[in-house]
Design a protein around this ligand. Structure first.
Ligand SMILES: [Zn+2]
Length: 172
């Protein structure tokens, strides 16, 4: 099922999401619908708060644009930064309107502790692009957007563009 994606400045994107404790059919349905929504929206990741569910579930596919897809689901993910600081170039987000993009500081290697769809605890190391996507999506679970990490000047320029866009009825 396709889910509507919530966009900035909706205040619900600032909420801290709640851990998942029951690994039932509703969680499987949510993960499936989120993957479907992500693929249709041309994204490489999606977090549950972006579809109005304040729970700690993210889906990603770093290979979205490759011939072999690689859908992944992470529940209650916890990140440990174990690499070096890098700049993630041209980062964007399905919840950030006007296709806005910016360079964002990230880490190039992370260890992720998470639960799979069955509730089993897993640990995995990610490097490069997948690591960047996971950091971006876990930020959503903590109520953070990538535009919270840009300079004040860039942020205020962006905010005035969004205000104008909303005033014009949200048409690009
Ligand atoms: Zn995002």
């Amino acid at each position: 099922m396709l889910l509507p994606i919530i966009t900035y400045p909706d205040p619900s994107l600032k909420k801290i999401a709640i851990p998942i404790t029951e690994f039932d059919d509703s969680i499987r349905d949510l993960a499936e619908s989120m993957l479907e929504t992500m693929y249709v929206s041309n994204g490489v990741g999606l977090a549950a708060p972006q579809v109005g569910r304040s729970t700690r579930l993210i889906v990603i596919d770093p290979d979205h644009y490759n011939s072999e897809k690689n859908p992944r689901v992470f529940i209650n993910p916890e990140i440990e930064l174990i690499g070096e600081n890098i700049v993630s170039e041209n980062e964007g987000c399905l919840s950030v309107p006007l296709n806005y993009r910016a360079d964002i500081p990230r880490n190039n290697k992370i260890k992720v502790k998470y639960q799979n769809i069955l509730g089993e605890i897993k640990e995995e190391i990610f490097e490069g692009f997948p690591a960047i996507i996971i950091q971006h999506e876990v930020d959503h679970l903590d109520g953070k957007l990538f535009i919270d990490k840009i300079s004040r000047l860039k942020r205020s320029l962006y905010e005035s563009k969004v205000k104008k866009w909303i005033k014009n009825g949200g048409l690009e």
